[in-house]
Design a protein around this ligand. Structure first.
Ligand code: PLP
Length: 370
């Protein structure tokens, strides 16, 4: 029996080890640990990569969303429209600003928020929309921006899973008010610890993000806004500066693996599983390769018994999370998200994955259906 991990970071580290040890040594020898040259370089590089003017390194991707919302003026009394089919942090960040999340159903083909359902959720209290570019494919930002512009809404793109993704040539962060990245170790550009970044073309929002991440201090020790301590640290930035030049080649590898999975699954399974859809004009960076299957839990168990690890992102949509009970949603309120939570299964995916490993994964899936 083969053992196929969901994600294996060891080969990547072995390839980069010398550079990593060198830059970590440099940072420690420099005694500059907070908001120094490495953070600045990464902010510049990633802002440019996102076709934006500003990058603001923060402690993690969750804080990035929270800070971007706060800097855009979202607070108590406001409503923020988002998808319930996402990681908890998207909803958590909204609540942390004092605003109320309003959950809108997804397009079952892409798992992303369905723009056709956004307008009916808008009220006089709506202040912002957070599209989440789930699994590495951008939500329909063109349709979302049309709605946002018509109703004068802020748009914060949760791009934790989608660094490098494009829609008709436009980057994450280029169309929205701001976009947020996570450098959690498992993300496409992962640190060796926590990290995050906000990118934006909006000068005022970017400036406020910078102030909020240092306790709202400007000038130092004078506080006009309530901030907190949320900085990307210099060591993680140095590590990310080593990795960043490889990001595009890693995305290409992910796309190649996705194409192999799709080809093999369609050849061998003839429709028992639904393979991911890449919409025309979108560049999907396959943070996850996520299939849909009705007997998801049984398949996952069978694969585990045969050495294949898989993950369910995410088993319980946010509107059904116990902590959000007070929002008043019931099971059945957001049917496509609930269905996706029952059917989605993410297969092993990382740049160093081997074709033979993919063949084994697909062989085991085919075996399950026999
Ligand atoms: C990972 C993730 C986050 C949170 O990022 P952290 O760096 O772990 O705080 C937010 N949203 C989505 C969609 C994510 O996948």
């Amino acid at each position: 029996m083969q053992k196929i991990p969901m994600l294996d970071l060891s080969e990547q580290y072995n390839n980069l080890r010398e550079d990593m040890l060198r830059v970590v040594d440099e940072v420690m020898g420099s005694s500059k640990f907070i908001l120094s040259d490495n953070v600045k370089k990464l902010e510049e590089d990633i802002a440019k990569y996102s076709n934006t003017n500003h990058g603001i390194g923060v402690a993690n991707g969750s804080d990035a969303i929270h800070i971007a919302l706060q800097a855009s003026g979202v607070g108590p009394g406001d409503e923020v429209i988002t998808t319930p089919f996402t990681f908890f942090a998207t909803g958590g960040a909204i609540v942390r600003t004092g605003a109320k999340p309003v959950y809108v159903d997804i397009d079952p083909a892409t798992f992303n928020i369905d723009p056709a359902k956004i307008e009916e959720a808008i009220t006089e209290n709506t202040k912002a929309i957070i599209p989440v570019h789930l699994y590495g494919q951008m939500a329909d930002m063109e349709a979302i921006m049309k709605i946002a512009n018509k109703h004068n809404l802020v748009v914060i793109e949760d791009a934790a899973q989608a660094i490098g993704a494009r829609i008709n040539g436009k980057a994450v962060g280029e169309l929205g008010t701001a976009a947020t990245y996570s450098f959690f170790p498992t993300k496409n550009l992962g640190a060796y610890g926590d990290g995050g970044m906000i990118v934006s073309n909006n000068d005022e929002v970017a400036e406020l993000c910078k102030v909020i991440r240092v306790h709202g201090s400007k000038p130092k020790y004078f506080h006009h806004v309530l901030g907190y301590n949320s900085r990307l640290d210099e060591l993680q930035a140095a590590i990310l500066n080593v990795k960043f030049p490889y990001l595009d080649s890693w995305s290409e590898k992910r796309r190649e693996h996705a194409a192999v999975y799709t080809k093999l699954l369609n050849q061998k399974l003839e429709g028992s599983v639904k393979t991911p859809v890449e919409i025309d004009g979108r560049y999907h960076v396959f943070h996850q390769y996520t299939i849909r299957v009705e007997k998801r839990d049984e398949l996952q168990k069978f694969l585990a018994e045969n050495g294949v690890s898989t993950m369910v992102y995410y088993p319980l949509p946010l509107h059904m999370q116990p902590v959000f009970k007070e929002l008043g949603y019931q099971e059945g309120d957001i049917p496509e998200a609930e269905k996706a939570a029952r059917e989605a299964l993410s297969l092993p995916m990382f740049p160093e994955l081997k074709v033979e490993q993919q063949e084994y994964v697909v062989e085991m899936i085919a075996k399950f259906f026999k």
